[in-house]
Write a protein that binds this ligand. Structure first.
Ligand code: NGF
Length: 289
């Protein structure tokens, strides 16, 4: 059965500090209500790249303390400071995270040799498995199929979190690496990703929409493509509304409507405006009530 992971959000207080109680509530909701197979901790949705080192540590500790071994946990440790990535990789491994992940290093237009060195260094001193986090739309880094193959020469590198709309490449990747873990990253493209036989999906909107996404996966497995397509359509209506309302703060606002205290986003992300709050109420009523 394919696996569904929510990309865990970080609850922040108004002053930008981490709200541990909010993180615990979101972890619990994902386990107890959403019944997801796993959580991706410290990714884009978790606002990892807005956080200090100490805040990242706090999030990693809180999430696993709440989740235990009830579900799979993947810790995103990628950072522009390679030493920090290595330190976090060791920390989360010691905490018991069964998998780590790292975003491709960005901003400085690194060569592939530098990117390869970054990944090999992150896993070198830890007894853990790494999933490459490929998200060209935010990093500007697109890896080719041959470059993925070169990274996979390291046996500790076991898969890709594939947040990329290039489905030609996804098909090539799936077929060239049948034994690698390929997790699809764009929630709005879950159905075509299932058709290409990914192993599962990780996304921000599954925090709210996991039941519908799981039902779609089941329909797909049972060959009921019409039903899967209809579920994807409703999901995409919800995702479009979330994006139009500013997705990261809106995911938290809708969670609040559901009684889950998700806190606020951290600057430079936006604080909720009255219009956003009204928009989130409507999204809740239209899709998640
Ligand atoms: O947030 C983004 C930015 N992508 C996420 C996901 O691929 C990455 C996706 O769920 C992620 O959640 C993480 O690393 O934490 C989108 O939010 C969703 O498909 C709506 O576009 O691209």
């Amino acid at each position: 059965m394919k696996k569904l992971y929510s990309a865990l959000m970080t609850a922040f207080n108004e002053d930008g500090s981490v709200n541990e109680a909010g993180i615990r509530e979101m972890v619990r909701y994902n386990i107890d209500v959403n019944k997801v197979d796993g959580l991706y901790v410290g990714g884009s949705t978790g606002e990892n790249f807005n956080m200090s080192h100490d805040q990242k540590v706090q999030v990693f500790k809180t999430a696993i303390d709440e989740a235990g071994d009830a579900i799979d946990l993947i810790a995103q440790v990628g950072s522009l400071d390679l030493n920090e990535s290595k330190e976090l990789a060791k920390l989360v491994t010691d905490l018991g995270y069964p998998k780590i992940s790292a975003v491709t290093p960005f901003y400085y237009n690194y060569t592939f040799e530098q990117i390869k060195n970054y990944y090999n260094e992150i896993v070198k001193d830890v007894d853990n498995k790494l999933v490459i986090y490929s998200i060209p739309v935010l990093t500007g880094v697109s890896l080719s199929i041959d470059q993925f193959a070169e990274l996979f020469e390291n046996p500790k590198i076991i898969g890709i979190k594939y947040t990329n709309a290039d489905f030609f490449l996804l098909e090539r990747v799936r077929n060239r690496f049948p034994d690698k873990l390929i997790l699809s990253g764009f929630d709005e493209m879950l159905l075509p990703a299932l058709a290409l036989n990914v192993d599962g999906a990780i996304g921000s909107t599954y925090n709210l929409n996991a039941k519908r996404a799981k039902a779609e996966m089941v329909a797909f497995d049972e060959g009921d493509i019409d039903k899967a397509r209809e579920l994807q359509k409703v999901s995409n209506d919800a995702i479009s509304a979330l994006i139009a309302n500013d997705i990261y703060p809106s995911l938290k606002l809708v969670f609040e409507e559901m009684g889950v205290h998700a806190g606020v986003t951290k600057a430079p992300m936006s604080k909720p405006t009255p219009e956003m709050i009204a928009g989130a109420k409507k999204i809740y009523n239209d899709y998640f009530k």
